[in-house]
Design a protein around this ligand. Structure first.
Ligand code: S3P
Length: 449
C-alpha cells in the first residue's frame, strides 16, 4: 500500500504494573522470505505463524503479481503454490511494496535474473530510501535498473535475459542486500558468492538450505563467505514462523521500565544474528531470563520472562549493531530510564531505515525532556533514572512504526503522557500492538476515540 491513510495521533500514559503473556506476531524477516521462497519453489509451501502486517501482505500481493498462488487459510496460516526458480511471470501492473524496504529489495533481487520487466514503488518513506545498494549488485548479473535521482523509487528493473553468477562483497552490513544478491543468484548458472565483513541476519541462508538449495557459509579472514549453487530446484516446505524478537522488544522494554511488571513473551526467535537486544538489556541490569529453549522451524526459540528492573547505562558494543539494528529506538527509550549514560556507536545504518532513526529518536527524546547527543554514527542518551523521565512531548514518527511504538513505551513510565503525531505505521509490523499492550495493562489512547 503506498501512502497511509489519515494520521492517527496516539498518547500513552503511566500505568500500573504490566502483567501477563504477550503473544507477539510472527517474525517479519522470516515471513517475507517464506512467501518469496514459497513462490520460487515447486509445489505448495505451507506457512504457519505468518505476520499479517501491511509489509508482509504487500509481499504476498507482489508474489501473486509474479504468478504464484498465495492463499490465506486462517489467521497466520497461508499457502503458496510456487512457480519454480526462473518461473516468475511479468507483473501486469506496478508492484507497490508500501513501507517495506525488505519487501522491495528482496523482490528486486528475486526477479533480477528472469527475463521480465517490473516497476516498483512504495509509500512516502520507502520512496526516500536508497535502492542503489541493490541495483549495483543486480547490474553485475546483467539486470538493468532505471529509478529516480539517487536510485530512489519508483524504479523499473529489466531482468537479465542470460544472467551470469556474481561474486560480491557487500559494502554495508545489510541482510537485505545480501539476500537480494542470493535470491538473484538462484537463477544464475554456477556459483554466486556473497562476502560479508560483518555478519547480518541469516534467515535467507537458513531458509534456502531448508528449501533444498546448496548453500554454504565459511568464516574466513575476509568475513563470512556465502556460496550458493545456482539454478536449484527449490522444493515446497512447511514453514513455522517463530515470533519476532524485534516486536518482542517492545513489551519486554515496557515491562523493564514500568514498576512492578512481570510478563512472559513466549516462542521468540533467539537467532544469534537477531538477539543482540536481549544481551544488551541484561548488561544494563535487566531481570530477563530465557525459558524452554528449543528449536522451531529451523530457528532457536525461547520463552522470555522479564521483570521490572533498575537499569544502568552502558557502552553498547558497536560490533553488536547488526544483531539489534531495529531495536535501537526502543533501546534508547530504556536508556532514558537508566541511571547514567548509554552510548550507542556504530549505528549509521539507522539513518536509512523507515526514517532517519537517529534523528527521529533524538528529536523525540529531547521533546520529552531527555538529554541526548548524536553524530553521524552514534546516539548517546543521558539516563534520567527510573522515575525521572519528564515526558509531556509529542514525537514525530515520519511513517516509521518503530519510532511510534518506542514513544508509546516511553509514555508508559514517564511523569507526563507522551504522544506521537501518527501511530498508523504500527500496522506495518505489529498490527495488534495496542490491543496486546492494553491486555498487559498499558494505557494507550487514540485522539479520535
Ligand atoms: C531486514 C534487514 C535489516 C532490518 C530490516 C529487516 C531483513 O535491514 O533493518 O528491518 O529482513 O533482511 P538492512 O538489511 O538494511 O540492515
Amino acid at each position: 500500500m503506498s501512502g497511509h491513510g489519515t494520521p492517527i495521533k496516539m498518547t500513552s500514559r503511566a500505568c500500573g504494573p504490566l502483567k501477563g503473556t504477550a503473544e507477539v506476531p510472527g517474525d517479519k524477516s522470516i515471513s517475507h522470505r517464506a512467501l518469496i521462497l514459497g513462490a520460487l519453489s515447486v509445489g505448495e509451501t505451507k506457512i504457519t505463524g505468518l505476520l499479517e502486517g501491511e509489509d508482509v501482505l504487500d509481499t504476498a500481493k507482489a508474489m501473486r503479481a509474479f504468478g504464484a498462488e498465495v492463499t490465506q487459510h486462517g489467521p497466520g496460516s497461508w499457502s503458496v503454490h510456487g512457480v519454480g526458480v526462473g518461473g516468475f511471470a511479468e507483473p501486469e501492473d506496478v508492484i507497490d511494496c508500501g513501507n517495506s524496504g525488505t519487501g522491495v529489495r528482496l523482490i528486486m533481487g528475486a526477479m533480477a535474473t528472469s527475463p521480465i520487466v517490473a516497476t516498483f514503488t512504495g509509500d512516502g518513506s520507502l520512496r526516500k530510501r536508497p535502492m542503489g545498494r541493490v541495483t549495483d549488485p543486480i547490474r553485475l548479473f546483467g539486470a538493468q535498473a532505471f529509478g529516480r535521482h539517487g536510485g530512489r523509487l519508483p524504479m523499473t528493473i529489466l531482468g537479465a535475459p542470460s544472467p551470469a553468477p556474481v561474486r560480491y562483497a557487500t559494502p554495508m552490513a545489510s541482510a537485505q542486500v545480501k539476500s537480494a544478491v542470493l535470491l538473484a543468484g538462484l537463477n544464475a548458472p554456477g556459483q554466486t558468492v556473497v562476502i560479508e565483513k560483518t555478519p547480518t541476519r541469516d534467515h535467507t541462508e537458513r531458509m534456502l538450505r531448508g528449501f533444498g538449495a546448496e548453500i554454504t557459509t565459511e568464516v574466513t579472514e575476509q568475513g563470512h563467505v556465502i556460496t550458493l549453487q545456482g539454478q536449484p530446484e527449490l522444493k515446497a516446505q512447511e514453514v513455522a514462523v517463530p515470533r519476532d524478537p524485534s516486536s518482542a522488544a517492545f513489551p519486554v522494554c515496557a515491562a523493564l521500565i514500568v514498576p512492578g511488571s512481570e510478563i512472559v513473551v513466549p516462542g521468540v526467535s533467539q537467532n544469534p544474528t537477531r538477539n543482540g537486544i536481549f544481551i544488551t538489556l541484561r548488561e544494563m541490569g535487566a531481570d530477563l531470563t530465557f525459558e524452554n529453549e528449543r528449536e522451531e522451524g529451523g530457528e532457536p526459540v525461547a520463552d522470555l520472562r522479564v521483570r521490572y528492573s533498575k537499569l544502568h547505562g552502558i557502552d553498547v558494543p558497536a560490533e553488536r549493531a547488526s544483531a539489534q539494528i531495529d531495536e535501537y529506538p526502543v533501546l534508547s527509550v530504556v536508556a532514558a530510564f537508566a541511571e547514567g549514560v548509554t552510548r550507542m556507536p556504530g549505528v549509521h545504518e539507522l539513518r536509512v531505515k523507515e526514517s532517519d532513526r537517529i534523528d527521529a529518536m533524538a528529536r523525540g527524546l529531547e521533546a520529552n525532556g531527555i538529554k541526548i547527543e548524536e553524530d553521524e554514527d552514534t546516539l548517546i542518551v543521558y539516563g534520567c533514572g527510573p522515575e525521572g523521565v519528564p515526558g509531556g512531548g509529542t514525537a514525530v514518527t515520519h511513517l516509521d512504526h518503530r519510532i511510534a511504538m518506542s514513544f508509546m513505551v516511553l509514555g508508559m513510565a514517564a511523569q507526563q503522557p507522551v504522544s506521537v503525531d501518527d501511530g498508523s505505521p504500527i500496522a506495518t509490523s505489529f498490527p495488534i500492538f495496542e490491543d496486546l499492550m492494553a491486555g498487559l495493562g498499558a494505557e494507550i489512547v487514540r485522539a479520535d476515540r
